[in-house]
Design a protein around this ligand. Structure first.
Ligand SMILES: *Cc1c(COP(=O)(O)O)cnc(C)c1O
Length: 418
């Protein structure tokens, strides 16, 4: 039977795991071990040759198990399964989304280089760029959703450092208002500045939509990044991250991960494998619930604007509609909306929710609500906040797997208190 035609959700229970290697256990055990026993000294020597890049792998040769900072079955099987969703060659799992992002930036940027990024990016990423990378003498320039290819190129040229552009890093749709950024357009900008000796890379933080609803590698990205804490983990009980891409780029990412030692541990790997079995059903249900919640909010007299991909698709420009159809297979499960009024009304709404919890993070089975202006985006540049509609009256919802009628009735009773 040809398993390669199967959908990823059909393979999340079995792919890459051989029960015969684990006493017939149906599930991959937790390999809670720091090191692995070699059969012979020669075997150990050959494993290290591959691990340290002293020789190329022979055809069909897998890197043998050495030491859990380099490899561990719970991570390797998880990484192989994650590759199926994004059709990537290889994957590296990290102890957090931030460690995946910072490792990629440190591997592909050197002092004097230029980084281009979409604004606003995740707060932790923004801090890393503005503080750590700046201290490492890495220059950065931001652009916003809706800018044309020519405008982005002009911004890059205005830095006077376009020849040293090495990495374009984006998040799409943008958090918290679901503003759409066109991956293909960014890939065109990348091509514009790439030369024979300087291949500019494009990395996409796909946490908001992935790995089910958007596949950046298919639209010209080189690397996909995840906070696996969000949809991939999906139960708000684990912090983890992932990076996927070609064998060539991932060899570099995994190389730095080995020396920073920021790989995920076996217990995290095991938890994420368990999560992946229900990834598709969870995300499908969350997207369906979000559709109902958005429809409810669209008609509520105390709600001003609703920022949801389904709304942009219906009421946005033809260009926005085209990008949404090309890039996303769903409108997702993140909704932001303006309450009529200001901070007082927004807080009133947040404080009176009963079923939905007041917490940052997203993508979990339980619905969450938060106030971007004073919480997740508190540190965002005021000008960006204004342009991106991150105001006092904005509330962000991550829709979970509860019955959507119950989510709506909680929102309804809480809006009624305003
Ligand atoms: C949460 C998040 C991160 C950071 O991930 P951690 O797992 O918390 O380190 C990065 N990017 C986006 C878009 C996120 O939502």
């Amino acid at each position: 039977m040809d398993f390669s035609n199967f959908k990823p959700e059909s393979l999340m229970m079995s792919y890459g795991y051989k029960p015969s290697l684990s006493e017939g256990a149906i599930k991959c055990p937790i390999f809670q071990t720091s090191t692995f026993v070699f059969n012979t000294a020669m075997e150990g020597k050959r494993f290290f040759e591959v691990a340290y890049g002293l020789r190329e792998k022979e055809k069909g040769e897998e890197l043998g198990l050495i030491y859990s900072r380099l490899n561990n079955p719970d991570l390797e099987i998880l990484e192989n399964r994650l590759c199926l969703w994004d059709k990537a060659d290889d994957c590296a799992v990290f102890e957090s989304g931030m460690s995946a992002i910072s490792t990629v930036m440190m591997e592909f940027l050197s002092p004097g280089d230029l980084l281009v990024y979409s604004r606003p990016v995740y707060g932790g990423t923004d801090h890393f760029i503005q503080h750590f990378l700046k201290r490492m003498k890495i220059q950065s320039v931001g652009f916003r959703a809706g800018e044309t290819k020519e405008e982005i190129i002009a911004r890059i040229e205005a830095t006077g450092n376009a020849a040293n552009l090495k990495l374009i890093h984006i998040e799409t749709p943008a958090n918290p208002t679901n503003a759409v950024i066109d991956i293909q357009l960014c890939a065109d900008v990348k091509k514009h500045f790439s030369t024979e000796d300087n291949q500019v890379l494009l990395s996409v933080d796909n946490t908001y939509m992935g790995p089910v609803w958007q596949h950046p590698l298919q639209h010209g990205a080189d690397l996909v990044l995840y906070s696996a804490t969000k949809y991939i983990g999906g139960h708000s009980d684990v912090i983890a991250g992932a990076c996927l891409g070609s064998f060539e780029l991932m060899a570099r990412v995994k190389g730095l991960r080995t020396f920073l030692g920021n790989m995920a541990g076996p217990w995290t790997g095991w938890l994420l494998m368990r999560s992946l079995e229900t990834l598709k059903v969870r995300m499908d249900q969350q997207a369906e619930n979000a559709m109902h919640v958005a429809a409810y909010l669209n008609n509520h007299p105390k709600v001003e604007s609703v920022y949801y991909l389904g709304n942009t698709h219906e009421n946005g420009t033809a260009a926005e509609r085209e990008v949404i159809e090309r890039q996303f297979s769903s409108f997702g499960a993140m909704i932001a909306f303006d309450v009529k009024g200001g901070e007082k009304e927004a807080f009133q709404f947040l404080d009176n929710l009963k079923l939905i919890k007041l917490a940052v993070s997203l993508g979990g089975t339980e619905s969450l609500a938060e106030h971007p202006q004073t919480m997740t985006h508190a540190d965002v540049d005021p000008e960006d906040k204004k342009v991106m509609n991150i105001t006092e009256k904005l509330v962000r919802l991550s829709i979970g797997v509860e019955n959507y009628n119950d989510i709506i009735s909680d929102i309804d009773q809480s809006l009624a208190t305003i």
